[in-house]
Design a protein around this ligand. Structure first.
Ligand code: CA
Length: 294
């Protein structure tokens, strides 16, 4: 096991949403409030930054020169070389007080992403699914802060976090149709933990959950609720994580400085950076978006 280290000194306002783009050996991640898409190339150590010009909730891999993003103005395709944004669908065009937040593709390449209120209002968000044919379905309503998503290794369970509930929920998942049923809570974060934020599911089906106000990423058994491993991160606002690297054993962790006062930032000056640690545990691949469009 290697110790935790900073791989990008990004000072992101709200670093989030890491995705491993295995085809191009790079990590996609975002600074939601900085309006920035980051692409980190571990071979060179370069982190290339793209200003998207609006709130960017999530990014998923698509092609070498194109990624799919969930922006304030909805789902778009973004071309890395030209900067061109192509609208796919904006399901909340009539809700200007919401923005997209966390998102991820299921194992067949549908892009799931949810929304939240910009004003902290409860139950105003929803969870959507952008399907292969570019249609968008609203799947879950009355969400407050739509966050971590993940699938069991066999694709039969979808996990979902609505942060203020402190719960990790599961659904039975039908991979053939992209439909969910039988929502239940698999465990509730204990009182001494932070708020559950972003999540990834490892190759053994265990959940790695970043804790907002918790200063750590923790590994949980969703079948028993047992806490298995803890990675302490020197930032109060730990936002998300994903496994990357050629062997899928590099755990990348995003953090944020938003909401920290000057004193807090002085105490935790590494907040907003991108971290990495190797624990000897393998992740699942990040699934790229798959579509019928050109
Ligand atoms: Ca989040």
């Amino acid at each position: 096991m290697q110790s935790l280290k900073v791989v990008v000194h990004a000072n992101a306002t709200l670093g989030e949403g890491p995705s491993w783009d295995a085809n191009y050996n790079r990590l996609l991640w975002v600074d939601i409030e900085g309006h920035l898409l980051h692409i980190y190339y571990p071979d060179s150590g370069n982190d290339v930054v793209y200003n998207i010009g609006q709130l960017i909730g999530a990014v998923v891999p698509y092609r070498e020169e194109e990624v799919i993003v969930a922006l304030f103005e909805g789902f778009h395709k973004y071309h890395l070389s030209t900067g061109e944004l192509t609208l796919i669908s904006n399901p909340e065009q009539d809700i200007p007080n919401n923005r997209f937040n966390d998102g991820k593709c299921d194992p067949s390449g549908r892009f799931w992403a949810g929304t939240m209120s910009l004003k902290g209002q409860a139950d105003c968000g929803s969870l959507y699914c952008l399907d292969h044919d570019l249609s968008v379905r609203k799947i879950v309503e009355n969400v407050s802060t739509s966050n971590g998503l993940g699938w069991s290794p066999d694709g039969t369970i979808m996990y979902f976090i609505d942060t203020p509930t402190r719960q990790v929920d599961a659904f039975d998942y039908d991979l053939a149709t992209g439909t969910i049923r039988n929502r239940r809570t698999v465990f509730t974060m204990p009182e001494d933990a932070g708020y559950p934020d972003g999540m990834t599911v490892d190759a053994e089906g265990m959940l790695w959950i970043a804790e907002w106000n918790g200063g750590r990423v923790a590994r949980w058994n969703p079948y028993t609720g047992q806490l298995l491993n803890v990675v302490s991160v020197p930032s109060g606002h730990v936002t998300s994580c994903v496994f990357g690297g050629k062997d899928l054993e590099d755990l990348y962790i995003t953090t944020a400085c938003v909401g920290m006062n000057a004193e807090g930032l002085k105490a935790q000056p590494l907040s907003g950076n991108l971290f990495r640690i190797r624990m000897g545990i393998k992740g699942q691949p990040t699934h790229p978006y798959k579509s019928l469009m050109n």
